[in-house]
Design a protein around this ligand. Structure first.
Ligand SMILES: *Cc1c(COP(=O)(O)O)cnc(C)c1O
Ligand SMILES: [Zn+2]
Length: 414
């Protein structure tokens, strides 16, 4: 059996009640493995939030362990023995005073997901998704990935003792290809994008019983990612920021944060105006931004997707309509930045604040600067940039090498 999170307080239970389709309203029982709704939409977990509101005060969270399982009541895993954990969540929320001054943002923050197991926030989704699969008796998993999800799910599947088949683009970051292999996933590369990997995984599904764990094709990954929203609120003492900037590929994290805001309101944990949710994509793959600008409810498949921010290379997201709703309903916006801006922002943040973030997180930093310059943000707005992963996973993006000294050499000018 896998180790479980120690219960430090009274036994906790999940208030999970059912699954619901956000498009057609269909309701399904939550205690069998499920993929998408009959109408093709992702399914979302619903909880008995009235009972949770009566049974759980936010102050009760204070003494709990520093990982995402502190929110067990609003997570879908019912049996603590099914929890598969590597210590994910409860990541640092860091002020960025020096960078903020430079951008003209007095209250700029970084939620640093690079501190998660496997180095990205994909660990949150994998921890909850794999735990729930284990709990529901799933015997094997399959998924396409742009890279980091494959690495994370491979690690958690290994910890759960579940076999996993994963397919990713041939040019996914080297670390993603290797971390999946190292942790024992049955790993394949395709000369194409995540959408091509998805087609291969779907064909494999026709002759395999392995459960389809692709982005938003099962309802539990998003439950892990929504805990970023809970943490931002709790770490700010339940005072919400004015905006959260999120680098979106499939958009699971932003839909999850939006869902967390709705749940926390129903729980009576937060009040007042919701943060504006801002989506950033790369110029070379901007289907959500285009849809937002056109006023459309859904995105078009983006042809020829290309960006060095591999996690953003998702030409069409299953949950696009939910991302667009989240952005519009909160008065947010969507914008695209260039790869050059991403690389600049990565270097700037590293030098100014000591944080070496992934290119996706750097895109969100670049967006903060742009939105201040355009007047979308005021100087005193509290803005949170979500850094989705550590820059340590992308060493190939840094080409500068320090000068070599002769053994009897001297440091210049010293
Ligand atoms: C997957 C990924 C993203 C995009 O996340 P979605 O939830 O698919 O929008 C952003 N950054 C990194 C580092 C990722 O791995
Ligand atoms: Zn439906």
């Amino acid at each position: 059996m896998v180790p479980t999170v120690p219960a430090t307080t009274a036994p906790r239970r999940s208030y999970l009640s059912h699954l619901e389709c956000p498009r057609c309203g269909e309701r399904l029982g939550a205690d069998r493995p499920a993929n998408v709704c009959g109408c093709g939409s992702p399914l979302l977990c619903r909880y008995d939030l009235d009972a949770a509101r009566a049974g759980l005060h936010r102050d009760a969270l204070a003494g709990r362990p520093g990982n995402l399982w502190r929110y067990a009541e609003v997570l879908p895993v019912r049996d603590p023995a099914a929890v598969v954990t590597l210590g994910e969540g409860w990541t640092p929320l860091l002020p960025l005073p020096r960078l903020g001054r430079r951008f003209g943002l007095d209250d700029l923050w970084l939620k640093d997901e690079g501190c998660n197991p496997t180095g990205t926030f994909k660990a949150r989704g994998a921890a909850v998704g794999v735990s729930r699969a284990l709990e529901l008796g799933v015997a094997a998993l399959r998924m396409p990935t742009a890279g980091n999800a494959g690495g994370a799910w491979a690690a958690y599947a290994a910890r759960a003792g579940l076999p996993l088949v994963v397919v990713m683009p041939q040019d996914a970051p080297a670390i993603n290809r290797r971390e999946a292999v190292v942790t024992g996933a049955d790993t394949y590369l395709v000369d194409g994008l995540i959408s091509d990997a998805g087609a291969i995984v779907a064909r494999y599904g026709a002759r395999s019983t392995a459960f389809d764990a692709a982005t938003l094709r099962e309802p539990y990954r998003i439950e892990g990612k929504k805990t970023m929203g809970y943490e931002i609120a709790e770490q700010f003492g339940w005072e919400l920021p004015d905006a959260i900037i999120y680098p979106a590929g499939g958009g699971v994290g932003i839909i999850g944060i939006w869902k967390a805001l709705q749940e926390m309101e129903a729980l009576g944990w937060i009040h007042g105006r919701r943060p504006r949710l801002v989506v950033v994509q790369a110029e070379g793959c901007r289907p959500l931004v285009d849809a937002f600008e056109r006023g459309a409810d859904a995105s078009e498949f983006w042809q020829g997707a290309a960006t060095l921010a591999a996690g953003l290379r998702v030409p069409k997201a299953l949950g696009d309509f939910l991302v667009l709703r989240a952005v519009r309903e909160t008065g947010g916006t969507a914008l695209a930045v260039s790869d050059a801006e991403i690389v600049d922002a990565m270097g700037l943040l590293a030098r100014q604040e000591g944080a070496w973030v992934c290119p996706e997180g750097a895109a969100a930093v670049a967006a903060a600067q742009r939105l201040r310059a355009s007047g979308f943000f005021g100087a005193r707005d509290r803005v949170v940039v979500l850094n989705t992963g550590t820059g340590l996973k992308y060493p190939e993006l840094v080409t500068a090498d320090p000068p070599v000294l002769a053994r009897d050499g001297e440091i210049p000018g010293a």
